[in-house]
Write a protein that binds this ligand. Sequence first.
Ligand code: PMP
Length: 307
Amino acid sequence: MATQEGKLWMNGTMIEQPDAKVHVLTHSMHYGIAVFEGVRAYQTADNRTAIFRLKEHTERLLGSAKIFQMDVPFDAATLEQAHKDVVKQNNLAEAYIRPLIWFGAEKLGLSSRDNSVNAMVAAWHWGAYLGEEGIKKGIRVKTSSYTHHLPNVTMCKAKASSNYPVSIMANQEVTRNGYDEAILMDPQGYVCQGAGENLFLVKDGVLHTPDLAGGALDGITRRTIVQFAEDLGIKVIERRITRDEFYLADEIFMTGTAAEVTPIREYDDRTIGNGGRGPLTEKLQTLYFDVVHGRNEKYMDWLSFID
Ligand code: PMP
């Protein structure tokens, strides 16, 4: 299913996508304040469909709205049900789900106080974001010339539309030159995150990931990997990390709802480790896919079944 087919949920009702229209004077379209999520539903071992960590995604969504003082007229339970309904009504066994909250078109001054707050949830089929081959063999990434946001200029805890131009420019810059994804440095010159992913490195059996003070998104897949590592007795250190530490890592991988767990085989034209998917990356990736597909009893609480 393409992005422009089927039904979506908008402001409380399920409608056909061509009817899901907004006015061109929509406040969010002019000034960029809209908040969203990327969520995935997977087919489970017993042939059902479950949304992965829906509660955490909805909590982050409503948290993003709070940061921008968007008074959302729908509670978490309503939004969560909308996610389930949109997957079900479009007959999707697996799906990428995109909720969005935005300011309406009632008024176009900078202040958004008198604008309505609107919400929609759409879903479509979306395979491996960085390619099936990337998942198995690893991808090639490159540091972008664009610097990641400065906290206090951008609200980095929010997953907001206005945070994405730098990610898009970085991604376009490096993919035009044949790389698979961009890495952004934080304003102090430390590694921050991928254009749409968090980053991990493995060195001597220990996991290291950039701390969130550098402005990286508090990724739900990142939290998942940290939890797995803790449960497996693998040490995780969150700290400032330089790009040359990444060059010298045994393994590097990126995480995200769309990107899932994708190994990095080359960074800034340097081969990482053995030049493929490293053993700890493979272990965590396998566990991730087992968990999202409901093949691991221990993490069943993270699955919201749609029926
Ligand atoms: N950083 C950015 C900029 C992202 O867009 C995403 C994807 N939402 C992530 C990190 C990973 O976050 P998550 O694991 O919650 O999808």
